[in-house]
Write a protein that binds this ligand. Sequence first.
Ligand SMILES: Nc1ncnc2c1ncn2[C@@H]1O[C@H](COP(=O)(O)OP(=O)(O)OP(=O)(O)O)[C@@H](O)[C@H]1O
Ligand SMILES: [Mg+2]
Length: 145
Amino acid sequence: MIFTTKSEAETEKIGYRLAEILSGDGLERAFIAMRGEMGVGKTAFTRGFASYFDISGVRSPTYTVVNEYRGKCRIFHFDMYRISDGDDLYSIGYDDYVESDGFCIAEWSENISDYLPDGTITVTINRTSEENGREIVIDYENSGV
Ligand SMILES: Nc1ncnc2c1ncn2[C@@H]1O[C@H](COP(=O)(O)OP(=O)(O)OP(=O)(O)O)[C@@H](O)[C@H]1O
Ligand SMILES: [Mg+2]
């Protein structure tokens, strides 16, 4: 699926839409790997995704590495910007999160490409030539949805 957006609010809506699609299919857990450069809208997308489950106040996990939210489901929101190897992942308890019930959403998933679980959904956001334009590519081919 490919979308284009022209504002932060529109990107949030696409995140909301993905949550709707996944939960409409009965999915209660998934790993979503976000890709895209700094300030492209990964956190905005996650905020919209979380809002579908009545979770508000989503903020960048820059300093915490992972933020945990609980609403109609659990969401574990990662910032992998400073993660560079398996030891770093081990130290944040990554495997336990991956096996937990809920949705894992990882920003800077480029840094953990060797550690993505089977069935990972990828969301790639790129800037377009238009002002505030973004192209969002969602690939859930492997997710079973
Ligand atoms: N179409 C758009 N979609 C999303 N954000 C947009 C868009 N146009 C402009 N913006 C702006 O881009 C910024 C996106 O910030 P956000 O924190 O979501 O990015 P990020 O990819 O998570 O960055 P980081 O890599 O630092 O975590 C916001 O300031 C937002 O207002
Ligand atoms: Mg972010």
